[in-house]
Write a protein that binds this ligand. Structure first.
Ligand code: DGT
Ligand code: CA
Ligand code: CA
Ligand code: ZN
Length: 573
């Protein structure tokens, strides 16, 4: 049974939390957290690497000891050290730790002073006013804990797209091996490339639907078969995710795919449209009276009701149906349109590859350019660049550029926006760069007015070009900081600044709705990987997914342009 990266990452994160409560060595704790992040962020399966006898110590921060632990997890599905720690620490503490803003110390305090055994107890203590009597827990803390509890409930119900992808791949690979499966695809929110998915919805075309279901329930990643019929089945996998499978004859495959891709709002709207034309639309096809007039492909389904084919990513009933009727749908951006990456880190700060290695990867991806955007000095944790080191990097890039033929390295920096809205480096060095990427890495808790003002003040700096990860949210982990994003967009528009769509799979920041608003405002965006290693440059695809959900076309995105067009865009006046 294949272990997925997400499961390895979860084990290390759990272990780190328990070690922290047990007051163990902070360096060890940090090493486990780092391992969780590294494994969780890989674009290939760590398990495959282990099975192929590959060397895990090549991964950043993974030494011999961690590599061995990963091997044990892959081989056995568990880690003895975690079992041991779980016995040492009451499980409720681990549960409480998941609440945003509650660290190990406060969690222990709650457990000791209030005797809290589970989340429900905590809720009762808040309702009865017991919590706020505790030293260090006021009304504000109460509110924060309550909303934190609400968030973990939401977070635990949905899986990030990046994690869903590896699970989907193994289900599809398994199903394709059966002679009863003619065609198969994952529909639902997964096919619409939503940033998180509630469950996976698999559609199968089969000559014998019952046999195809019997084959499916023998999949070795299944923990429980919730239901099994002749045309459908629901199961829960060991990784925790639920999978719905529907099996239909080949002549209904398009209809089933359309139905189970949704969204529900889109499905309802097109069914209404069919009804207006006196047609009946369901998961088996379109019917005129008793005669079936479409069903095999989605294209013919849409055609029968007078619509152009609508890409799954925009099937949300946000205006796409009207445009499909008029044949005026946007031509959504594709991965092939991307000509370069405008946000990449190297081992000068917290990346793990040299400038040359990153440039080589950019060439492998068929890019024309790559920007090097290491951190600025304020981010000491990441060993950020001061003026002197940045100046040396600029010289080095000039030298590389005169040597390299098929790629241009753009000189840039991810410069911190400080609390007062100033940038972390002076103008005399910023003016030596091709452009800047500006971002917030501190003081996340300012109120909306202050946070918005801080960003707009930063944009007043004539060397400000791209606002990186505009909301700071981390999917299933951290809510956006309080900002007025629409006001920021308008300010960016006035100042010829650009907004980033950060493609790190836990960021995908901005979200689809805001991308669409930005497009309507005719703002330009950059889709950037924010890669900290060569392999992370492949994350760009998550940005493209989100961009498509936000209706973006190649013309809305600056890194579909040539170098000289870009340089013009970066000159703000
Ligand atoms: P999720 O799983 O919460 O991320 O979101 P979806 O969109 O994958 O939703 P899900 O799994 O409940 O259902 C998959 C698709 O099946 C949904 O997008 C449309 C279709 N579907 C499910 N229930 C209904 C329904 O009651 N009516 C209609 N018209 N379609 C439905
Ligand atoms: Ca679903
Ligand atoms: Ca479902
Ligand atoms: Zn970055």
């Amino acid at each position: 049974m294949a272990i997925h990266n997400i499961e390895i990452a979860n084990i290390f994160n759990k272990l780190a939390n328990l070690l922290e409560i047990a007051n163990e060595n902070p360096f060890r704790i940090r090493a486990y957290r780092n391992a969780a992040r590294v494994i969780g962020g890989l674009s290939h399966n760590a398990a495959d690497l282990v099975e192929d006898g590959g060397d895990l110590t090549g991964l950043p921060g993974i030494g011999k000891d961690l590599a061995e632990k990963i091997r044990i997890i892959v081989k056995t599905g568990e880690l003895p050290l975690l079992k041991k720690m779980e016995k040492r620490v009451p499980p409720v503490l681990n549960e409480l730790l998941k609440i945003e803003g509650l660290g190990p110390k406060r969690v222990q305090l709650l457990h000791k002073k209030l005797g809290i055994q589970n989340l429900n107890d905590l809720k009762k203590c808040i309702e009865s006013g017991k919590l706020r009597k505790l030293r260090g827990f006021g009304e504000k803390a109460e509110q924060k804990i309550l909303s934190g509890m609400q968030h973990i409930r939401e977070y635990s119900q949905r899986v990030k797209l990046v994690d869903a992808i590896t699970i989907e791949r193994s289900i599809i690979q398994y199903l394709k091996k059966s002679k009863y499966v003619k065609k198969v695809e994952c529909a639902g929110s997964f096919r619409r490339r939503k940033e998180t998915v509630g469950d996976l919805d698999i559609v199968v075309a089969s000559s014998d639907t019952k046999k195809s279901i019997e084959y499916f329930v023998r999949f070795d990643e299944i923990a429980t078969v919730v239901s099994q019929g002749n045309t459908r089945s629901t199961v829960r996998l060991h990784s925790g995710i639920q999978v719905d499978l529907r099996s239909v004859p080949l002549e209904s495959y398009g209809a089933a795919l359309l139905y189970f891709t949704g969204s529900k709002a889109h499905s309802i709207a097109i069914r209404k449209l069919a009804q207006k034309k006196n047609l009946k639309l369901n998961e088996y096809g379109i019917y005129k009276g008793n005669k079936k007039v479409a069903g095999k492909t989605e294209e013919e389904m849409y055609r029968q009701i007078g619509l152009a084919y609508i890409e799954p990513e925009i099937r949300e009933d946000r205006g796409e149906i009207e445009l499909a009727r008029k044949h005026q749908l946007p031509r959504l951006i594709t991965l092939k349109d991307i000509r370069g990456d405008l946000h990449c880190h190297t081992n000068a700060t917290d990346g793990d590859a040299s400038i040359e290695m990153m440039a080589q990867k950019a060439q492998e991806l068929g890019y024309q350019y790559i920007a090097i955007t290491d951190h600025s000095k304020h981010l000491a944790m990441a060993h950020g660049l001061n003026e002197k080191r940045l100046f040396a990097q600029i010289k080095l890039i000039d030298k590389l550029n005169s040597k390299l033929k098929n790629i241009v390295i753009l000189k840039s920096i991810e410069v911190d926006i400080l609390e007062d809205g100033s940038l972390d480096l002076p103008k005399n060095i910023l003016k030596e760069l091709d452009f800047t990427v500006c971002s917030i890495h501190s003081k996340f808790n300012l109120n909306s007015k202050k946070q918005t003002g801080r960003i707009i003040r930063a944009m007043d700096n004539p060397f400000f070009n791209i606002l990186a990860h505009p909301t700071g949210r981390l999917i299933n982990q951290r809510e956006p900081y309080e900002i007025d994003l629409e006001k920021i967009m308008e300010s960016a528009k006035e100042r010829n600044c650009i907004l980033e769509l950060n493609a790190q799979p836990e960021r995908m920041d901005m979200d689809d709705i805001h991308c669409k608003i930005a497009k309507e405002l005719r703002l330009k965006m950059a889709i950037s990987s924010d890669a900290h290693s060569k392999s992370q440059m492949d994350y760009i695809k998550f940005g493209v997914y989100q961009a498509r959900r936000g209706w973006l076309e190649a013309t809305d995105v600056i890194n579909t342009r040539t170098v000289s067009e870009l340089k013009k865009l970066f000159r703000r006046s």
